[in-house]
Ligand binder design. Structure first.
Ligand code: 6GU
Length: 244
């Protein structure tokens, strides 16, 4: 998968050199390009923002550096339905979920445009949508200073779903959200630690009983902490526990 990131803080993404995603880059599973938006400015101060038309607080990112940087990443090809998907992280976007990560891992080429300040001139979105598919995506209902942290989270969630990035693919299916429920608690040795015992069922060797116990733990936890996940599944006309 090819990933391009446009940002005024390219150093932010240095951490993608390490851990599983760093290894995925070394082995060629992920091909990453980080582009400094300021490289597309022409003035002495490398200005990327200006005051908003119509007044108001804060600064808005100017369209020209965005246009020039995206020109260098996006093909001339007119067919906007093929080619890269451009994602702008934004608290005004659709909410990022595991289901969206699973959808995005099938893309060949993702482009992330990190906004700062009060946002990006609307014409950048409108013009990009002429030549590519565009989605605004939010991490959740809170405000970050810019898109960089959000893009890091999305790349980690998507990247680990690329076949070969996570060593044991079975570890992917037993996680929170993969079956619409929160995951069951995990234990390892010793069986007693500081007076706390591992649930005896896990030592029983009865795999059917263990699977049933884990499912019950998942349901109880989800009901207690995230009842909205059960409501959502019900509204979609399926039981989360019945999903493959
Ligand atoms: Cl994607 N961007 C910003 N700036 N704030 C956010 C967000 C994104 N998601 C949640 N808050």
């Amino acid at each position: 998968m090819r990933i391009d990131i446009v940002t005024i803080f390219p150093e932010f993404f240095d951490v993608l050199d390490i851990s599983l995603l760093g290894k995925a880059r070394q082995t060629g599973l992920i091909d990453l390009g980080v582009h400094n938006l300021r490289d597309a400015t022409t003035d002495r101060h490398r200005t990327v923002d200006d005051t908003p038309y119509g007044g108001g607080a804060g600064m808005v990112m100017k369209p020209e550096p965005w246009g020039q940087t995206l020109d260098s990443i996006l093909d001339e090809k007119k067919n906007a339905d093929a080619g890269p998907l451009v994602i702008f992280p934004s608290p005004a976007g659709e909410v990022f979920t595991q289901a969206m990560a699973r959808e995005l891992v099938d893309e060949e080429h993702l482009v992330f445009g990190c906004g700062r300040y009060e946002g990006i001139d609307q014409r950048v979105f409108d013009h990009t949508a002429i030549r590519a598919r565009v989605r605004l995506v939010s991490l959740g209902d809170y405000v970050l200073n810019g898109g960089e942290v959000a893009v890091m989270a999305m790349i980690e969630a998507i990247g680990r779903l690329i076949p070969g990035v996570v060593g044991n693919p079975h570890s992917l299916v037993e996680e929170s959200h993969e079956d619409g429920l929160l995951e069951a608690p995990s234990y390892t040795k010793p069986s007693t630690w500081r007076g706390l015992d591992v649930p005896p069922i896990l030592l029983s060797g009865n795999h059917g009983a263990i699977a049933a116990w884990r499912r019950e733990q998942q349901l109880e936890r989800t009901r207690r902490v995230r009842p909205d996940l059960l409501d959502r599944a019900a509204n979609e006309g399926e039981s989360p526990s019945a999903r493959p």
